[in-house]
Design a binder for this molecule. Structure first.
Ligand SMILES: Nc1ncnc2c1ncn2[C@@H]1O[C@H](COP(=O)(O)OP(=O)(O)OP(=O)(O)O)[C@@H](O)[C@H]1O
Length: 343
C-alpha cells in the first residue's frame, strides 16, 4: 500500500449553531500513527468523519497528497474507516465480509476471495475464513473489521475508538497489533481515542483537541515534557499546574521529592505540605498532598524511594524539586530562575 500526506486547512464543522470543529489546521505526513485525543465533545469524531467523507465539511479543505478530496464521496478518497462497533454483516462469512467492498466495485469472485485471504493472513485470521461474525470473539471481530477496511488499499486508515469495546487485557494486545500493522503497511493511521495512555503508547503524532480546536500537536514525549497549555498539562496527567512567581507553570509529578518534616525547618527552596492520600501502584507510589501552591497536588515516587521514608495521610512533609523541572505554561512566564515560591 502507498501512503499519502494528509492536510486539513481551516477545517470547520457546524451543526446548526454548534461549532464542533473550529478552523483546524493539521498536517499528517504519510506513514504517521496519529492519535486524536481529548475529552468528550471536543470534535474528534467530527474531524475523523470529515476526513472520511462521512460528514460534509462546513468550511475549509481536506487535501490527500496533491488532491483536494473535500467534496469527494467516501469511496473515492483513498481513505477507509474502521468503526467502533466493527459494523460486520452478521449473515456473511468472514471472507465475504472482508471481500464486500470489492464485490461492490465489481471485482470477480475468485480475485476478491484471493485478496480477502491475503488480508485475513495479514491479521492472522485465515483459520476463521468461513465463520460468521457471531462465532468470533471481540478481538477476532476487530481483526476482521481491520482486514475489511484495508482491502480497498487505502492511503489512510481511520479508526474511531477501535479499542473501546475490548477488555483491558485485549485492549493492550490489540493496540500492539495496530502499531505493528501500521508500521508494516507504511500508511497513516488516524485513531480517535479518549485515552491519553493509548495515545502515548501508539502515536507518532498526538493531537490534543479541546472545544473544536487543536490545543497542541506533536510527538507524545514532547507533549509530556512541554505541554503548551494548562489544558494539555491537566489532560495528559502527571503534571501539577501551579502559580510560581506570578506565572503559571507545571511541575511533573514524577520529579517531586518528599521528606518528612521532623521539627527541623524546611530545606531551602522546599515548600511545606500535608499528605492527603497514598496509593500503591507497584513500581510507583502516588502521594496526594496540599500546600500553598495548590490544594491538590500529586507526587509519583519510585517504590524504593517511598519505602525508604514512607509517609501517611496527615503527615507534614517538605516538597522539593529542581529548577529544571519547572515548565512555564504561559508565554509571559519569565526565566526559570523567577519561578520559585515567594517567601
Ligand atoms: N449530528 C450532530 N448534530 C448536532 N451536533 C452534533 C452532531 N454530532 C456531533 N455534534 C456536536 O458536536 C460536538 C463535537 O462532537 P464529536 O462527536 O465530534 O466529539 P468527540 O470529541 O468525538 O466526542 P466523543 O468523545 O464523546 O465521541 C459536540 O458538541 C456534539 O454534541
Amino acid at each position: 500500500m502507498r501512503g499519502a500526506d494528509l492536510e486539513l486547512v481551516k477545517v470547520t464543522k457546524r451543526y446548526g449553531r454548534t461549532v464542533a470543529v473550529d478552523g483546524v489546521d493539521l498536517k499528517i505526513p504519510a506513514g504517521t500513527y496519529c492519535c486524536l485525543l481529548g475529552p468528550s465533545g471536543c470534535g474528534k469524531t467530527s474531524t475523523l468523519r470529515m476526513v472520511a467523507g462521512h460528514e460534509a465539511v462546513s468550511d475549509g479543505d481536506v487535501l490527500l497528497g496533491p488532491t483536494n478530496v473535500t467534496d469527494r464521496p467516501p469511496a473515492k478518497r483513498g481513505t477507509a474507516m474502521m468503526f467502533q462497533s466493527y459494523a460486520l454483516f452478521p449473515h456473511l462469512s468472514v471472507t465475504d465480509n472482508v471481500a464486500f467492498s470489492l464485490k461492490m466495485r465489481g471485482v470477480a469472485k475468485p480475485a476478491r476471495r484471493a485478496k480477502a485471504a491475503e488480508l485475513l493472513a495479514l491479521v492472522a485470521m485465515e483459520a476463521y475464513a468461513e465463520r460468521l461474525p457471531g462465532q468470533l470473539s471481540g478481538g477476532q471481530q476487530q481483526r476482521v473489521a481491520l482486514a475489511r477496511a484495508l482491502i480497498t488499499q487505502p492511503q489512510i486508515l481511520l479508526l474511531d475508538e477501535p479499542l473501546s469495546a475490548l477488555d483491558p487485557f485485549l485492549r493492550i494486545k490489540m493496540r500492539a497489533e495496530l502499531k505493528r500493522l501500521q508500521a508494516e503497511l507504511g500508511i497513516s493511521f488516524i485513531h480517535v481515542t479518549h485515552s491519553q495512555e493509548e495515545a502515548m503508547a501508539l502515536a507518532d503524532l498526538a493531537v490534543v483537541m479541546n472545544g473544536g480546536r487543536i490545543e497542541q500537536a506533536g510527538p507524545p514525549q514532547e507533549l509530556f515534557a512541554r505541554p503548551a497549555t494548562e489544558f494539555v498539562a491537566r489532560f495528559i496527567g502527571g503534571h501539577n499546574v501551579v502559580r510560581l512567581g506570578g506565572s503559571l507553570a507545571t511541575l511533573r509529578a514524577d520529579r517531586l521529592r518528599l521528606s518528612k518534616v521532623n521539627g527541623a525547618g524546611l530545606p531551602a527552596g522546599a515548600v511545606a505540605a500535608v499528605v492527603q492520600g497514598v496509593e500503591y501502584q507497584g513500581a510507583t507510589v502516588h502521594v496526594a498532598f496540599g500546600c500553598d501552591l495548590a490544594p491538590d497536588m500529586l507526587a509519583w515516587l519510585p517504590e524504593a524511594a517511598f519505602f525508604a521514608d514512607p509517609v501517611a495521610p496527615g503527615d507534614r512533609v517538605a516538597v522539593a524539586w529542581a529548577d529544571a523541572d519547572i515548565h512555564p505554561l504561559s508565554s509571559d512566564a519569565a526565566g526559570r530562575g523567577d519561578l520559585r515560591p515567594q517567601p
